[in-house]
Design a protein around this ligand. Structure first.
Ligand code: FAD
Length: 319
């Protein structure tokens, strides 16, 4: 039986789904032991109910001015102190921008090993993670010492909430000092209606959209499906959209239930960011485009004709 610490993430006041997925992974790691969670920020305690119902027996909350906006300096100090306080056998974070940034820093600082970008936890425990841009999977196991993992969003199904379970809330005083960076302001580049890395449906545009305005039919379909809109690097390089939308090896990795690729050729670097999607639909006017090799459904056609038709049909059933 092990004690597992999950660092929960809050974004725009909402607990991120990946934090509940991390609690599910923690149950496999705890083997009947204790699961505790940590949350930073002014409204941290408001998330204790959800964290408790998903398995955390204790929720450590830390409110500190330096934690209001993410900085590696402050978060590394905070997580290190939380680990020293909770003394877990295993630590689980989401493989998010924050998790990817602090997990290796804290693991190195404490002398722990780290398995990052885990897509499933199997008996052992054995951790499964994609390698070579998703072309192969690797299984890894900790021989001894503290287990430290980050999990890829949208891969581990969230366990059912148990309303009878509650967590004890423990406010923690952190000693955060010697900060080298202070965030003064955050400017969002995307509308951020649906978070790309956690979206259940992603519609992406490539160079085939031909202009910034060419994203409009994708936005229209996204509105109807409640989807997030992404892009290939080709579209970003051509200045049709912001790099925050880029999916792929050097962009975001997404694993939605449905990925619709529009005017994207299917270069290996793009596939690295989306090939684990559960269902892939490709719309491309070139029947030889490599994207069709990974697609479950392919539509050979002009995206400017196909997308309005799809939007109109979905509107009939969904709106
Ligand atoms: P193209 O390859 O130009 O394809 C455009 C497609 O649109 C074509 O297949 C065409 O048939 C189709 N099309 C055109 N008009 C229409 C229409 N009206 N209707 C339907 N279809 C149409 N790329 C990424 O995406 N993500 C990454 O993270 C990434 N990282 C990289 C890292 C490195 C080190 C390198 C070298 C490259 C990386 N790339 C990445 C770039 C990648 O190799 C490709 O160049 C890029 O993905 C191509 O983008 P695209 O598919 O939009 O453009």
């Amino acid at each position: 039986m092990k004690k597992v610490l999950v660092l929960a993430e809050v974004r725009d006041g909402q607990l991120r789904n990946v934090s509940l997925e991390a609690l599910t992974a923690a149950q496999a790691l705890a083997e009947g032991g204790e699961i505790v969670a940590g949350v930073f920020g002014a409204d941290a305690a408001t998330h204790a109910v959800a964290l408790g119902q998903h398995g955390a027996s204790t929720v450590y909350t830390a409110d500190h001015a330096a934690l209001a906006q993410y900085t590696p300096d402050a978060y590394v100090q905070a997580l290190t102190q939380l680990i020293e306080l909770a003394s877990p056998d295993a630590v689980v974070l989401g493989h998010t921008a924050i998790g990817r940034d602090i997990a290796p820093r804290v693991a190195a600082r404490l002398g722990y090993g780290l398995v990052s970008d885990v897509t499933s936890v199997e008996a052992g425990p054995v951790f499964v993670r994609p390698i070579y841009a998703g072309k192969a999977t690797q299984t890894r196991k900790f021989v001894d010492g503290t287990t430290f993992i980050t999990i890829r969003p949208n891969n581990i199904a969230i366990g059912a909430a148990d309303p009878s379970k509650t967590a004890v809330v423990v406010p923690v005083e952190l000693d955060i000092k010697d900060l080298r960076t202070i965030v003064k302001d955050v400017v969002r580049k995307t509308s951020g209606k649906v978070d790309l890395s956690e979206a259940k449906v992603v519609i992406s545009g490539g160079r085939g959209v031909k202009s910034a305005e060419g994203f409009q039919p994708l936005n229209d379909l996204a509105e109807v499906l409640g989807a997030a809109v992404g892009a290939s690097r080709g579209a970003c390089d051509a200045d049709y959209c912001d790099y925050s939308m880029q999916i792929g090896q050097t962009g975001k990795v997404v694993t939605p239930d449905l990925y619709i690729a529009c005017g994207i050729s299917g270069a290996i670097q793009h596939l690295a960011g989306m090939s684990s999607s559960k269902v892939i639909v490709a719309i491309n006017k070139d029947p030889e485009a490599p994207i069709f090799q990974v697609a479950d459904y392919g539509i050979v056609g002009d995206l400017f004709e196909v997308l309005p038709l799809l939007t109109a049909e979905f509107k009939k059933v969904l709106v």
